[in-house]
Design a binder for this molecule. Structure first.
Ligand code: ATP
Length: 327
């Protein structure tokens, strides 16, 4: 059996929220009442992750992603079920695992706000007991890839969100962790910063073999970075598989956009339907089982084509389809 570095079995986490009653009398009632609701934030979730995988953990707001990350990193204790991270229970062995794991919680900082970025890194070096050569090499390399080498002397509170997020990533990877849990690591980044961060995450996974599980609300990021995704909704795991497979199952169509040399009337193609037409630009939709080459040959027999592009449906569209079928 292949070795899994993360094993999650029947994991659940409930939150108790005390009932609130409206109005001034309600406020008093709420205060003394012991009535509560149970929210199943994570509900019987099981999955395993192999060493060296880069997996996307996705779902809409409130789906249970952060709650899962908190349990994986030992911050929260599960209501039921089990987790093994590198053979250890993360809640019980949080200290031991801290040396092997890197964590980014997009919403929460692990840096010291009043200190310059450099001092935060020095503190982390001491905490993780990182050998000097490794520390120096990592700092130099990571700062450069993430393009924040000029910001080392600036206090964290003066950094922009995008700059701070890059600082968080360096802090998470400084001690060469074997596993990284990245909850919304691309939150609030502009296009250029996102590209740097994507490259950094992808290289850490490819070159150092770091196992990475990352959550993001941006499906473009997920699609660029991950081959495998886990989709959670309402605390339940809806899908565990490759992006290719989810597209095959939930998006049976692909698109072909053609730029014609002139505006033809009555355009058609066998095995493809026109989805959109704007002047000389026509988008066809065709079944995944149809070979697009056939459609292109068919079209070029009758029309002069200037340019064309074949597109997979975006992941976002596929996931929407998955949610719709579920409901
Ligand atoms: N401390 C808490 N007390 C009560 N309910 C909570 C608590 N934390 C989270 N929840 C609820 O649990 C559910 C899952 O929340 P969670 O933060 O894990 O979702 P998420 O997928 O990370 O969402 P987002 O993308 O918005 O960050 C939500 O319904 C949320 O309101």
């Amino acid at each position: 059996m292949e070795k899994h570095i993360i094993r999650v079995e029947h994991l659940s986490r409930d939150y108790k929220t005390f009932k609130r009653f409206p109005g001034a009398r309600g406020l008093l009632h709420s205060f003394f009442s012991k009535e509560y609701d149970i929210r199943h934030a994570v509900d019987d979730v099981s999955f395993s992750i192999k060493r060296g995988e880069l997996v996307g953990y996705i779902g809409p707001n409130g789906a249970g992603k952060s709650t899962t990350f908190k349990m994986l990193t030992g911050v929260l204790v599960p209501t039921s079920g089990s987790i093994k991270v590198d053979e250890l229970n993360p809640f019980r062995y949080r200290q031991q695992l801290a040396r092997r794991t890197g964590i980014v919680f997009g919403q929460r900082s692990q840096l010291w706000w009043d200190l310059p970025l450099r001092d935060s890194m020095e503190i982390l070096r001491a905490i993780y007991q990182i050998p000097k050569e490794i520390y120096k090499r990592n700092i130099a390399e990571y700062m450069q890839i993430l393009e924040i080498d000029k910001l080392l002397n600036i206090p964290v509170r003066q950094l922009s969100l995008g700059q701070r997020m890059r600082g968080e990533l360096i802090a998470a990877f400084l001690h060469n962790p074997t596993i990284a849990f990245l909850d919304e690591p691309l939150l609030g980044l502009d296009i250029i910063a996102k590209e740097c961060v994507r490259q950094f995450i992808s290289e850490s996974n490819r070159k150092l073999g770091t196992t990475i599980i990352l959550s993001s609300n941006d499906m473009v990021d997920v699609e660029r970075l991950c081959q495998r995704i886990l989709i959670i909704d309402g605390g339940k795991l809806l899908y565990d598989g490759t992006i290719e497979e989810i597209k095959r199952r939930f998006a049976p169509h692909r698109r072909l956009t053609v730029h014609m040399a002139e505006g033809y009337s009555d355009i058609w193609a066998s095995e493809a339907k026109i989805e959109q037409q704007e002047a000389t630009r026509i988008t066809f939709r065709f079944e995944r089982t149809v070979n697009p080459q056939q459609i292109i040959i068919d079209l070029s027999k009758r029309y002069v084509i200037n340019d064309l592009i074949i597109e997979e449906p975006p992941l976002e569209e596929v996931i929407r389809e998955l949610y719709e079928r579920k409901n």
